[in-house]
Design a protein around this ligand. Structure first.
Ligand code: 13P
Length: 261
């Protein structure tokens, strides 16, 4: 089984900083083919990351967002085809920061998943409840409703191309409360059994100290990381840890860059 270790750089890194990060990845020892790392840089450095990353690393590159329309008068936006053209093989959709700060809705998330699939990108759907919802005991219901809305009208042969990241909003970022395995195992298992998916990742304050515990959750197919992976060595340490915990195959990494069929 593949274990995915991904990072979104969020709104961080200049071209120089991106090149330095990639140089470290290019110089890293290989990991088993069962571990699939991916990085989601900002749009401005996407093509540079794609161009400078050694294909032999097998690291996927992707975008943090894209619009659902193929083109048109959408000032400031970029389309799925455009991010693919810039080197993305995967696209993040519906992160809680986009839902909260940029009016992303279940409807726009659904449109974006459809558009990503049509463009031949792997959608990475993000879902997760806030603290209040969790305190009311409604986390599971809330998250499954988000997943249902995101997949409205999408057939099973397409849902199985999608990665889902369960990222409880209360666990994300500097003010986040790191989740324990027992806090998230039920929700992850429920997402995983709700439909045929490519995999379910956990995200929110993942770091080297809690990654092994979170990877021990049986239904977890990987980790989606922010701050702890903004430094290339931090990212690589999580990749090696995943290889130790889950990556038993000696197969070399797959040099797959538009990994999406
Ligand atoms: P942190 O790992 O910084 O909490 O961010 C998680 C996240 O939002 C990944 O998308």
């Amino acid at each position: 089984m593949t274990v995915y270790i991904g990072t979104s750089w969020k709104m961080n890194k200049t071209l120089d900083e991106a090149r330095t990060y990639v140089e470290t990845l290019n110089g890293a020892p290989t990991w088993p083919g069962t571990v699939q790392p991916f990085v989601l840089p900002p749009h401005t450095v996407l093509s540079t990351v794609r161009a400078t990353l050694d294909p032999a690393t097998g690291v996927w590159v992707g975008a943090q967002n894209a619009h659902w329309a193929p083109h048109g008068p959408y000032t400031g936006e970029v389309s799925m085809t455009m991010v693919k053209d810039a080197g993305a093989g995967i696209v993040e959709i519906g992160h809680s920061e986009r839902r909260e700060l940029f009016n992303e809705t279940d409807r726009s998330v659904n449109l974006k998943i459809v558009a990503a699939l049509a463009a031949g990108l792997i959608p990475l759907l993000c879902v997760g409840e806030g603290l209040e919802t969790r305190s009311r005991g409604e986390a599971l219901r809330f998250v499954l409703a988000q997943v249902d809305a995101a997949f409205a009208g999408i057939p099973a042969e397409d849902t199985r191309k999608v990665l889902v990241a369960y990222e409880p909003v209360w666990a994300i970022g500097d003010a986040g409360i790191p989740a324990r395995a027992e806090d998230v195992a039920d929700v992850i298992s429920a997402i995983s059994t709700s439909r045929d998916l490519r995999g379910v990742l956990y995200g929110g304050s993942v770091n080297h100290a809690n990654a092994a515990e979170l990877l021990s959750v049986p239904a977890v197919d990987g980790l989606f990381v922010g701050r702890s992976a903004w430094d290339a060595d931090g990212f690589l340490s999580l990749v090696s840890l995943a290889a130790e915990v889950r990556g038993t195959s000696p197969v070399p990494p797959t040099p797959l860059h538009a990994p999406v069929r």
